[in-house]
Ligand binder design. Structure first.
Ligand code: FAD
Length: 415
């Protein structure tokens, strides 16, 4: 293998790398390429996406759904690869897609394995080597990829598609950052994103396992940073659910800077104002003044949530008759329903995160081609870059479309 020079070497057989491979295989007649993948199977992570259904992209796609150091790259990429273009590209590989009512796009079969199957089918027939790449060095007019077993793979063009540094069990282990750093690229601090948020709260033990529709709002001091509606899941020492995932990159970033005054406020009845909740509570009281306090939320909220709210508003004991609640106590309870507060305690577990926040500075990449501005002939794609998206298909959209664009650019440059 040492002597052969491939036209293209793709480092990483994940979402972005396999799209690049499938594209070259389909459109690059006579172009030789190799996929270098350190795991014993390609695309392991694709199979875990969207709870096994693979939320591939989203019909409501905008640069606002991404966090990055350079909006130009994401804007240009979305201009080239909108939702329809990406779906068309996959259709040309034989994959039919469909969207749900929220615009989230899935394979029609609702099987993540279908996405992997079509990508694998197109990239098969070319070389796939199970090796861990350690570095990429310029070697005359080509590049030498040095692998952990001491072997070297030579290629005229390199596509680096190694992913980030979260969910390491599915492949990406941060080794891509070492490769790009040796090439002179800047890698920003990497943090877990789209993950449960650890919180300090005396109420979590009793709430563990409960799910509730609510609005979660992240505050720094009194300043609202971000608000999301959705299903909250109370977990072990953590808040979880997609609405919390969407807040997690901001929480983790603030925690990593040492910010202290961070609060997640949970509104457990977002459809109602505080005044309306007071009226609901008052009508419950007038219905049966002799009921005990622990029955106040019966018929309104989950019993254990109701009890936690009452504890938090200092209105115990539960054996007390609800008719004895004062106006100010009713007001305090209603206020707690609208703003049940949790203090984030530590940065999310990277093994539970879906994506990496941070990576190679996007300003160092040509947004028209995905080629490195520092090392011509090297293309950097997917999660390795400092671009991370919201839940809803935005991360795979970025990985897939950057992989396609890099492959297309490689083919043009090889002509
Ligand atoms: C549980 C879970 C669910 C998710 N669900 C969704 C979803 O529904 N929708 C969505 O948009 N996003 C989702 N994501 C995020 C999505 O999986 C990633 O955004 C996407 O996989 C990134 O693609 P990538 O090609 O950059 O990296 P990866 O898919 O991680 O691929 C990188 C590949 O490179 C290989 N590799 C790494 N280093 C080396 C090396 N040095 N040498 C050789 N090979 C190497 C790895 O083994 C891996 O196969 C989810 C993530 C997780 C963990």
């Amino acid at each position: 293998m040492d002597k052969k020079i491939f036209d293209v070497a793709i480092v990483g057989g994940g979402a972005s790398g396999l799209c690049a491979a499938a594209y070259i295989s389909k459109y690059g007649k006579g172009v030789s390429f190799v996929v270098i993948e350190k795991e014993n199977r390609v695309g392991k992570r694709i199979l875990s996406t969207g709870n096994g259904r693979c939320n591939m992209t989203n019909e409501h796609l905008s640069a606002d759904n991404y966090r990055t150091d350079d909006c130009l790259l994401i804007n240009k990429l979305l201009e080239r690869y909108g939702t329809k273009k990406l779906e068309d590209e996959f259709y040309s590989f034989g994959l039919l897609t469909k969207a749900d009512s929220a615009g989230r796009v899935y394979p029609y079969s609702e099987q993540a394995s279908a996405v992997l199957d079509v990508l694998r089918k197109y990239s098969s027939g070319n070389e796939l080597v199970e090796k861990k790449a350690m570095s990429v060095k310029k070697n005359g007019s080509a590049f030498a990829v040095e692998c952990s077993d001491g072997s070297v793979i030579n290629a005229k063009r390199i596509i680096l598609a190694c992913g980030g540094c979260v969910s390491t069990k599915l492949g990406a282990d941060g080794s891509g950052y070492k490769i790009v750093s040796k090439l002179g690229h800047t890698v920003t601090k990497c943090l877990p994103s789209l993950a449960p948020v650890f919180v300090n709260s005396p109420y979590l033990t009793s709430l563990k396992g409960i799910r509730a529709h609510c609005r979660v709002s992240l505050y720094k001091g009194n300043k609202l940073i971000k608000s999301e509606d959705g299903e909250l899941q109370f977990a072990d020492n953590a808040l979880s659910g997609i609405c919390v995932f969407q807040l997690s990159p901001y929480v983790n970033e603030m925690l990593s800077k040492g910010d202290k005054d961070i609060t997640i406020s949970v509104d457990l009845m977002p459809e109602y104002t505080k005044e309306q909740i007071k009226n609901i509570l008052k009508s419950k009281i007038s219905l049966c003044e002799n009921s005990t306090l622990d029955e106040l939320f019966t018929g309104v909220l989950n019993k254990r949530i109701g009890q936690a709210l009452l504890k938090s508003s200092n209105t115990l004991p539960f054996s007390r008759e609800i008719g004895t609640l004062s106006e100010s106590e009713i007001s305090k309870i209603a206020k707690t329903v609208k703003s049940f507060c949790f203090i984030p305690s530590k940065i999310s577990d990277k093994e539970k995160a879906q994506v990496t926040h941070g990576g190679v500075t996007c300003g160092e990449i040509d947004p028209n081609t995905m080629e490195s501005r520092l090392q011509k002939g090297v293309y950097i794609v997917g999660e390795l870059l400092n671009t991370d998206g919201d839940c809803g298909g935005y991360n795979l959209h970025f990985a897939f479309s950057s992989g396609f664009l890099a492959a297309k650019s490689c083919l043009i440059s090889l002509k």
